[in-house]
Design a protein around this ligand. Sequence first.
Ligand SMILES: Cc1cc2nc3c(=O)[nH]c(=O)nc-3n(C[C@H](O)[C@H](O)[C@H](O)COP(=O)(O)OP(=O)(O)OC[C@H]3O[C@@H](n4cnc5c(N)ncnc54)[C@H](O)[C@@H]3O)c2cc1C
Length: 435
Amino acid sequence: MANQRLQSDVVVVGAGPAGIAAACMAAENGRKVSVVDNSPWLGGQIWRGATAHSAHGLAGHWIDRLKKSGVSVMSNATAFAAPSSHVLLAETPDGVLELSWKKLILATGARERFLPFPGWTLPGVMGPGGLYAMVKSGWPIARKRVVVAGSGPLLLAAADGLKQAGASVGLLAEQADWGQVLRFGMGLWRYPGKLLQGAGMKARLLGVPYRCGRWPVKVEGTARVERVTLTDGSRSWTEDCDYLACGFHLVPNVELPCLLGCAIANGFVRVSEFHLTSVPEVFCAGEPTGIGGADSALVEGQVAGLAAAEAWDRARSFFSRRAAWQRFQASLHQAFALRPELRQLAAPDTFVCRCEDVRLADLKRCDSLRSARLHTRCGMGSCQGRTCGPAVQFLFGWEEDSVRPPLFPVRLASLTDVSSPLDKHRLETDKSSRT
Ligand SMILES: Cc1cc2nc3c(=O)[nH]c(=O)nc-3n(C[C@H](O)[C@H](O)[C@H](O)COP(=O)(O)OP(=O)(O)OC[C@H]3O[C@@H](n4cnc5c(N)ncnc54)[C@H](O)[C@@H]3O)c2cc1C
């Protein structure tokens, strides 16, 4: 039995820009709305920790609007199972919350993509977004030497934030070629806000070399990272550092949509023009439908929220803006496509699944994610494949073929509370995967 039950017209999972915008729109159009988010704050990845009082600009506007809209917000609530139609279970510090919904909006965001290379599991090697997030929460970075590497615009945002927090950023190494990045930059005139944001970051990063067509190949250190070796494909060199902030763009969090049976196309949740997924009454907005940043997520969230409230004409009024952001998503995808050389970085003894200590050589004996799970436990550790899944997808082309509850590690009590519906789901999944 769940400890608490809540019935809503609309449940939103995720309180980032997409989820906040969706919740506001649905509530302002007369719906009873609940939002759950697994972090202790509102704002998702980009506005984390912001409050209506502390935040300025867009974040302040939307968080204030959410507070005034009458939406019930449950922070520290992780949606981990969908035991029956129109029901979602979320684990909270007080137990399991059973959420009944008429319409569901999934706004679960994205995470950083990590690729394995020798030394990538040493302490001090982190995702740029992750390191910046820790610094925003008070992690001391002043005077530390940081190399930022990998791919995507998050490298610039993180380097900018780290430098402002007092880090000594020695190098920003983008794996994409200069030509691709230049073409992307030249297309930004269509998005004046982004152009200004990019120009501001470049100005603040004056003196930090931004090098394209460079990527890390090896990290060394005794107890933690001390130096990183990078290459441009023909020449290699070493940079001393206290931190390597390395991530290869973002991958969408599609586990919950998959659990609910939403169709996926090219790695993203497939949605209609109103952000309806292939499952009736389930909508999806923000990064799970395409990586495009906070502005894109906000517009998509508004369309999804209005559609969930059946305010179709108002939803349509956002279509042209949304189309512009979809073009931006496509140009991001093209500009920061991963180069094939990155598939060769891991050595036979490099860990690919760091939770279960599975090395590249162990995986070479497998031919699918399922056989890798069965024979090596790859993807079966505490991150449940969130880190190694996108890496093996890139290295071997193995696609995720099943998602099972619980989506996140939960307390035993949460599982026993709901054991019968979960067992039923498991049996149904097993049966359908055999047919
Ligand atoms: C680590 C990281 C740091 C970033 N930092 C920056 C930055 O500094 N500047 C910048 O411009 N962009 C940054 N980005 C990109 C930015 O987050 C996105 O472009 C933007 O926030 C997308 O908004 P969204 O609403 O789609 O998703 P998000 O903002 O990611 O919001 C999704 C929310 O859903 C929650 N969630 C997911 N699954 C569940 C579940 N099952 N149960 C409950 N809650 C769930 C997540 O905790 C999250 O709070 C960062 C991305 C990452 C991954």
